[in-house]
Design a protein around this ligand. Structure first.
Ligand code: ADP
Length: 383
């Protein structure tokens, strides 16, 4: 097993596309790091560079202590599982598992030991004599992982390994992968575009956008302290509401102006700092998590936003209310996540309030403003 260290790693394809730019990241031995971002942000390119399937055009890539920039994939001792985990259809599970070892001309007894150990680890013992077509999607996925693990790689790379599974199976196999990683303590780098998968799986999550790392941190920190508006708008389901607002200090309180409305709140958190130093005199990108919004009655509406319901989703344990504040071209749209089943319908008028300490604020370049005045560090080292 090994650590993986990227120092200023970049990839420009021959056609001039800069797919990955200046990525510096240290993945500890035995860590599960999830790389997440929207389609086209460069995740697969980064993973394929680590695997040795794409050349690195700038920077240094290390596995353990050795620079591997120019090493062949075989010489790197990494194993990769792809989304279309093609098994050989005419070979039994056992033969599929043995294949990478036969290609290395491994002695039969060692091969048998490894296949048995991986079959035990992944619960494939009963399936060894079956053909892939006699397996369920989840079982096939496990065989594909087994075929990678049987090589006992130093680093295990997974590229969207669950995308061919249905939603229920995805949750189950996701839990199996997390458990497998904890048991084997294999260094794993897991690529996905799905932020829920990233948040539930990773020790740390690296968020990418347009080829660059936006933030690398444990899931809770990404949620509580997103380093940029991009991360704030990507993490969370539904993600954070981002809207323009003005913030002005009025004695001991702050006046928040959103669309055509003004509400006066206690001066707390980063909002108080921004109001105090005048950065909120202009419109500033303001983030409010859907779960930070609360419905209040007309009696308490003094410190609330007055919104019109545009669309409602009932999810059983909660209700998502999509609302508009203001009218016409100045209207801003928000989603509020309300506990339980709420009997709301389109065009209802509602009062929404929030704790000023839960506001997030972002500078014009997208970086988060914190109470200390500086954006959180981009990369939080593993604890
Ligand atoms: P992701 O995995 O996040 O969807 P990719 O790493 O596949 O993103 O792609 C990143 C960017 O590089 C995209 O703009 C994509 O079109 C481009 N790209 C990927 N592969 C190639 C290639 N072989 N040649 C040129 N451009 C490529």
């Amino acid at each position: 097993m090994a650590s993986v260290t990227l120092d200023g790693v970049g990839k420009t394809y021959p056609n001039g596309t800069e797919a990955v730019a200046d990525v510096s990241l240290a993945i500890a031995d035995g860590e599960l790091l999830v790389l997440v971002g929207p389609s086209g942000c460069g995740k697969s390119t980064l993973l394929r560079m680590i695997a040795g399937l794409e050349t690195v055009t700038s920077g240094t890539l290390k596995i353990g202590d050795g620079v591997v920039n120019t090493l062949s994939p075989q010489a790197r001792n990494v194993a990769m599982v792809f989304q279309d985990y093609a098994l050989y259809p005419h070979m039994t599970v056992r033969r599929n598992l043995e294949l990478p070892l036969r290609m290395r001309k491994m002695p039969a007894d060692e091969m048998e030991r490894r296949v048995r150990s991986v079959a035990d680890l992944l619960g494939l013992g009963e399936l060894l004599d079956r053909l892939p077509k006699q397996l369920s999607g989840g079982q096939r996925q496990r065989v594909a992982m087994g075929r990678a693990l049987v090589r006992e790689p130093a680093v295990f790379l997974l590229d969207e390994p669950l995308s061919n599974l249905d939603a229920k199976l995805r949750v189950q196999v996701r839990a199996e992968i997390a458990e497998l990683q904890q048991r084997t303590k294999t260094t794993m780098i897991y690529v996905t575009h799905d932020q829920v998968e990233a948040m539930t799986l990773g020790d740390r999550v690296a968020v990418m956008d347009r080829g660059r790392l936006q933030q690398v941190a444990p899931p809770a920190e990404l949620y509580e302290h997103p380093a940029s508006a991009f991360v704030a708008g990507f993490i969370g389901n539904p993600p954070m509401n981002l809207l323009p607002a003005r913030l002005r200090l009025d004695g001991e309180r702050i006046v928040v102006t959103i669309a055509d409305q003004r509400l006066t709140l206690p001066a707390e958190g980063v909002a108080a700092k921004v109001a105090r130093d005048g950065a909120g005199d202009q419109e500033i990108t303001t983030g409010i998590r859907p779960e930070a919004l609360h419905l209040v009655s007309d009696d308490e509406a003094g410190a609330a936003l007055h919104a019109t319901v545009e669309h409602v989703e009932w999810l059983g344990h909660e209700t998502l209310a999509y609302v508009a504040i203001g009218t016409g071209k100045d209207a801003v749209r928000l989603v509020a996540r309300l506990p339980g089943m709420r009997s709301l319908t389109k065009d209802d008028r509602v009062n929404l309030t929030f704790d000023p300490a839960s506001l997030h604020l972002f500078a014009p370049d997208g970086r988060a403003i914190s109470s200390e005045g500086t954006a959180p560090p981009l990369v939080t080292p593993r604890q």
